[in-house]
Design a protein around this ligand. Structure first.
Ligand code: GLV
Ligand code: GLV
Length: 321
């Protein structure tokens, strides 16, 4: 009988299959914010399996202090919060949830794109504030998407799903990726490969779908924002630190770009205060995978991976390290 510790509750009943044969302890979110290394060490000191989220910093220090730990089951596709080398060194298997949140995240990118293009946030406020006294000819005019260019940075699974949706809106799609996608992907998505500079200069909407790493850190910096059209929108459902948030605040303030839809932030859960008072910015608290279906499937994958490890299976499904 293994001890499984979850740092957050999942959907109701999600871990029931594990409870039949193991001890499962589910912790409530910490009211004071995201957990620190010390918090995690305290939670996981006796755990065989830790069920983690992106906000849990799983560092070498944590692995060293949790000698029973056999596995980290990450409830996310990204493993940015986990020191994978340290996990391997300490003999800890890491699993994650790739694939099942692709459509949910692509939908969220489109929700933010449309909201920014058509002032949905300001329009809602306008009605609530009692300003809808008559139909107006020039109030809250937005960007029409047909024939506009969508620039996708990172044509992985999510980037491709965003591109496929763009076909329905009649947009031209260009993309930039570290490596050019294969011809089949290009054909299916209708996306044309261009340099990043070209993408920034020609896109009416730039949507980010690359992972965060050394190469993509602050990929969208002051110079990149300056290259964008003054009428362009930036959408980020990838990782906050792909964008230099201070530079973005400045670019929005100076009118170097027209607006943004942001699901992720450089220092989550903190949001740059300069973003909060911008009219043309739509914000969401990292909701990319937040559909019932995606969260249910993520939980199923987590359970499947944990069962494999605890049964000593030779190959662990959805393994990240
Ligand atoms: C969400 O950002 C994830 O990586 O699952
Ligand atoms: C989604 O699951 C991705 O890895 O792009």
């Amino acid at each position: 009988m293994a001890h499984i510790v979850a740092t957050r509750p999942l959907l109701d009943g999600a871990l029931d299959a594990l409870r039949e044969t193991h001890t499962v302890t589910v912790h409530d979110p910490d009211p004071s914010g995201d957990r620190t290394e010390e918090d995690l060490i305290a939670l996981a000191a006796e755990a065989d399996v830790l069920l983690s989220v992106l906000a849990d910093p799983l560092t070498e220090r944590v692995f060293a202090a949790c000698p029973h730990l056999q596995m980290v089951a990450q409830y996310a596709v990204g493993v940015d919060n986990i020191d994978l080398d340290a996990a391997t060194e300490h003999g800890v298997v890491v699993s994650h949830t790739p694939g099942v949140l692709t459509d949910a995240t692509a939908d969220q990118a489109w929700a933010l794109l449309l909201a920014a293009a058509r002032h949905v946030r300001a329009a809602d406020q306008y009605v609530r504030d009692g300003h809808f006294e008559r139909w107006e000819t020039t109030v809250l005019l937005g960007m029409e998407l047909a024939d506009k260019t969508l620039g996708i940075v990172g044509l992985g699974r999510i980037g491709q799903a965003v591109a496929r949706r763009a076909l329905g809106f009649g947009m031209d799609v260009v993309y930039h990726n570290r490596r050019r996608a294969n011809p089949t992907v290009e054909r299916q998505t209708g996306a044309r490969y261009v340099s990043l500079d070209n993408l920034l200069a020609t896109s009416d909407v730039v949507s980010l779908h690359c992972p965060h790493n050394e190469d993509s850190h602050h990929l969208i910096d002051a110079a990149a924002l300056e290259r964008m059209k003054e009428t362009a929108l930036l959408v980020n459902t990838a990782r906050g630190a792909v964008v230099d948030e201070a530079a973005l605040v400045e670019a929005l303030g100076e009118g170097e770009i027209a607006g943004a839809g942001l699901d992720v932030f450089e220092h989550e859960p903190d949001v740059h205060p300069g973003l909060l008072d911008q009219d043309r910015v739509v914000l969401a608290p990292h909701l990319g995978s937040a559909t019932t279906r995606a969260r249910r499937r993520m939980a199923d994958m987590v359970v499947e991976s944990i069962q494999a490890v605890l049964q000593g299976a030779e190959s662990v499904p959805h393994r990240a390290a």
